[in-house]
Ligand binder design. Structure first.
Ligand SMILES: [Ca+2]
Ligand SMILES: [Ca+2]
Ligand SMILES: [Ca+2]
Length: 466
């Protein structure tokens, strides 16, 4: 506002009021003084310019909905008429001023969960909601872990938006409130925005039980290795399978895969193929998963088997006297063999054939009282035969004893070690087929007693309960 002295004498410190009136009727009057003004002959010392700062009033009364119109400004010099003037009619002037303002608004968005020490991304949106340019201003992002970051936003025009992406590695875990704030010159709203973030350490694990491969892989067949892993954050996970000799990846498969993990984990599978020339037992398949520097490995085993077709051919002849020779022809199969054996068995007369038959019964299979007794009796008879004569150097007496010992144990009045069925003697002294009939069966009882009874032909001295 310019106040001038048009008179012929100096003016000392005239009062100048400026009243601003908002659209809502609110008014505020500011008072200033001119200081000394020379007379009009001493231009330009006869005038002064006064400046009034209406910001505070504007902030309270002229903004928001009320900012639409102009503010009425009335300037009055010498309002109390302290100064006699030649013209008292030119002491007041009315004008209006348009109130404009800058109003940066801020909003922050981003992930709701983040991994400690891993990069988290947030987006800071700013916009000028005001009616004047903002000038350059700062947004302060507080990550709630002791770290703040200042983002400088260039001058935003009216309604102009800005999007700024920020990344942060949280130093600590826990529930965080990430805030973005701008400082307005006046208390406008939209000056702060927050985003709740749960920060946690990343975990990734895989268990042996969660790696599966069929227990047997037939050579040249393709099977699936399936692995499931646990994680606590959605991400890409690198999964690698390591195959033992005898297994290879099926065509088109790669050992390392990138798979998507949910917030709980994921699964990965490979097609693998048996490729071996010999059986492999307990071939170990390892699966390793890795993400965010965390890794874990688990294993499963399988047996790789080569399908077998067994070719056998037998022939026999009889030699009747010392020095006699005979030729035997074997039909050889036209096949590539991986294992082959030639067994030559010489049986000396009726005794030899009988002994060989009895020795076969040493390992007569299955478990009932009759089968057990038959094994045991065969071993007893065979052993007795050799003990009555010359024991040949290649007779395996331990094998006979082992069968006899197992028979005694199985028929004993005690749980059968290692056997599925308990075929031992019942409380009434009898035996039954599989130990399943407490009353006993006559045949099994007689047979078992024969094996266990004192006899000149056996060296088994165990006595049966009768
Ligand atoms: Ca006056
Ligand atoms: Ca005047
Ligand atoms: Ca604002």
């Amino acid at each position: 506002m310019t106040v001038s002295n048009d008179g012929l004498v100096n003016v000392s410190n005239a009062t100048v009021n400026l009243t601003v009136e908002a659209a809502n009727g609110a008014t505020e009057t500011y008072t200033k003084y001119t200081g000394n003004l020379s007379d009009s002959a001493d231009a330009p010392n006869n005038e002064t310019t006064l400046t009034y700062d209406l910001t505070e009033f504007a902030a309270e009364e002229l903004l928001g909905d009320l900012a639409q119109g102009n503010a009425k400004v009335t300037a009055t010099v010498d309002p109390a008429n302290d100064i006699p003037e030649t013209d008292e009619t030119n002491n007041q002037v009315v004008n209006s001023t348009r109130v404009v303002y800058a109003d940066p608004a801020v909003r922050i968005q981003g992930q709701s969960t983040a991994l400690q020490s891993q990069k988290a991304t947030f987006v800071v949106f700013t916009k000028n909601n005001g009616t004047a340019k903002t000038g350059e201003f700062n947004v302060t992002v507080d990550y709630d872990d002791g770290t703040t970051e200042n983002i400088t936003i260039a001058n935003l025009g009216v309604n102009q938006p800005n999007t700024t992406r920020v990344t942060h590695r949280f130093l600590t875990g826990g529930d965080k409130v990430v805030s973005a704030t701008v400082s307005d010159g006046v208390p406008f709203d939209n000056n702060e925005s927050t985003k709740d973030v749960t920060v946690k350490p990343y975990t990734l694990s895989i268990e042996n039980d969660d790696v599966s491969v069929p227990s047997t892989v037939v050579n040249n067949s393709t099977v699936t290795v399936l692995a499931e892993f646990n994680a606590n954050h959605p991400s890409d996970v690198n999964a690698t399978v390591s195959l033992p000799a005898g297994l290879e990846l099926a065509a088109g498969q790669s050992a390392e895969k990138q798979v998507r993990s949910s917030a709980k984990g994921g699964s990965v599978a490979w097609k693998v193929r048996g490729n071996t020339t010999a059986d492999i037992e307990d071939a170990q398949v390892d699966v390793t998963v890795e993400a965010f520097g965390e890794s874990d490995t688990a294993s499963a085993t399988t047996n790789v088997t080569v399908p077998k077709v067994r070719y056998t051919t037998t022939n026999a002849t009889t030699l009747k006297s010392a020095g006699e020779t005979q030729s035997l022809a074997l039909n050889v199969s036209n096949a590539t063999t991986y294992e082959h054996t030639l067994n030559v068995t010489v049986q000396s007369g009726t005794d030899g054939r009988t002994l060989q038959g009895l020795e076969y019964l040493f390992s007569y299979p299955y478990w009932c009282v009759e089968q057990t007794t038959t094994q045991m009796m065969s071993a007893l008879r065979t052993d007795q035969y050799y003990r009555n004569g010359d024991i040949p150097s290649n007779y395996n007496r331990d094998r006979a004893n082992s069968t006899i010992s197992a028979g005694i144990s199985k028929l004993a009045d005690e749980p059968t070690p290692g056997a599925y069925f308990n075929i031992s003697q019942h409380d009434n002294g009898a035996w039954s087929m599989y130990g399943n009939n407490p009353r006993g069966d006559l045949f099994y009882t007689i047979y078992a007693l024969q094996a266990r009874a004192p006899s000149p032909t056996t060296r088994c001295r165990a006595t049966a309960r009768t």
